[in-house]
Design a protein. Structure first.
Length: 153
């Protein structure tokens, strides 16, 4: 099984964290990253999970559009910044199809660390805005397949 962890793209500043939309920079990040991943045929996901925050929803929708990804998109509880990564890790252990998760820091770093090392601290990954990490689950656990930061694009 493949898992793609994506940090939301750059968002505008604002007082209400729940409704901050993507900025022009964020939209550009998604277009560039999406084209790179699409041209490399690097993403296969049947579902895209995202937090309820607007910037994660926008990132999930726009990235799926650029990738031409016919995946079901849904808000999933447990994907906010400071949620417990063990909740999502348990849900992932029950899945048998590829999933993309669009979320926030520090949750993505702690989730990736938990999946790969079995512990969520200290974090072993750094997710810049619009970074993507692909993990593969094989017999014996999760392994890192690749990671792309926005600077590479």
């Amino acid at each position: 099984m493949h898992l793609y962890l994506v940090r939301h793209a750059h968002a505008v500043d604002g007082d209400n964290d729940e409704v901050r939309p993507l900025s022009g920079k964020g939209l550009m990040q998604i277009r560039k990253l999406g084209r790179l991943l699409r041209d490399a045929d690097a993403i296969e996901a049947k579902e895209v999970w995202h937090s309820p925050l607007v910037r994660a929803l926008d990132t999930a929708e726009r990235l799926a559009e650029v990738l031409r990804l016919p995946a079901t998109r849904r808000v999933v509880a447990g994907l906010r910044s400071n949620d417990d990564p063990t909740i999502i890790a348990k849900r992932l252990s029950e899945l048998r199809h590829p999933v993309m998760i669009v979320g926030h820091e520090p949750l993505l770093s702690t989730l990736a660390t938990l999946l790969v090392t079995g512990r969520d601290d200290p974090p072993r990954f750094v997710f810049k805005k619009c970074a993507v990490l692909r993990l593969d689950r094989e017999t014996g656990g999760w392994t890192v397949h690749w990671m792309i930061s926005p600077e590479v694009v």
